[in-house]
Design a binder for this molecule. Structure first.
Ligand code: GLU
Length: 265
């Protein structure tokens, strides 16, 4: 069975915790996506790293910590990031197409349908959509704010079957594994309740915007729309294909309704 899979790559995955893009890792992730793509699946990439790539490109200049600085860095970095994805997917004979979204694009019905048309057209032509928030112009009021939630909206928009949130952690734990050696990986989550939210509370990785809290929000949105969600480590070997083949990797949130039911809704 071929499926539509959204792969969300956080900054911590793309950099391996450093201040620069880890290109070897990016190629490896592109390879994994390409393997699934060539098996007939639709792949949509939701990539962070624009601001970081901008900083890297300009040689990490000392700049005031303002919204405008971030927008400027995103403007430089987004094209850089895209250039890299284009190069890496080209190795596997795959074209990519960029879509930059803000919250308004998914909240307004006309714009939602418009974005959906573009996404569909790309997928029909067997092009991998590469999506990020439009950081260069989006201000706080119109931003989704983090790519976990953005990728969930994309999964809804694309009527995807599976959303894979790759991060620097192996999944969701009963406590923060960096602070608590008794912390245990939760392989499957049936319901996202208050206890779970509290458990996820403190874990934020250093570089990206999101932590486990935004991942839980994203999982909640996507699974309600009939999308299976998995949070896993982007560093685990062959993680994307293992997840898509149903192996128990990371933390899985099974979809709450079938995509058909949710489409009707
Ligand atoms: N859109 C941001 C960027 O490309 C990342 C947001 C996030 O990491 O959640 O830098």
């Amino acid at each position: 069975m071929t499926r539509r899979i959204v792969v969300k790559l956080g900054t911590s995955v793309l950099t391996g915790g450093t201040a620069t893009l880890d290109r070897a890792r990016m190629v490896e992730l592109a390879r994994q996506c390409a393997a699934l793509f060539h098996q007939g699946n639709d792949i949509i990439l939701c990539t962070s790293g624009a601001i970081l790539a901008g900083r890297e490109r300009l040689g990490a200049p000392k700049l005031p910590d303002t919204v405008t600085t971030k927008q400027m860095l995103a403007a430089v970095g987004q094209s850089r990031l895209m250039l890299e994805w284009e190069r890496f997917f080209e190795i596997y004979g795959i074209h990519v197409g960029q879509i930059l979204l803000t919250r308004a694009d998914v909240e307004d019905r006309r714009r939602f349908l418009n974005a959906q048309d573009t996404l569909r057209a790309l997928l029909e032509q067997r092009i991998v959509p590469v999506i990020n928030e439009n950081d260069a112009v989006a201000t706080a009021e119109i931003k989704v704010g983090d790519n976990d939630n953005l990728s969930a909206l994309v999964a809804v928009l694309a009527e995807a079957d599976l959303l894979i949130l790759l991060t620097d952690q192996p999944g969701l734990f009963t406590a923060d594994p960096r602070r608590n050696s008794d912390a245990q990986l939760i392989p499957e989550v049936e319901s996202i309740d208050k206890t779970l939210r509290e458990m996820a509370g403190g874990s934020v990785s250093g570089l990206g915007v999101g932590g486990m809290v935004t991942k839980l929000q994203a999982a909640d949105v996507a699974r309600r729309a009939g999308v299976d969600v998995v949070i896993a480590s982007g560093h685990a070997p062959d993680v994307i294909s293992r997840i898509s083949h149903g192996e128990s990797v990371g933390t899985r949130f099974p979809a709450l309704e079938t995509p058909l039911e949710s489409r009707k809704r």
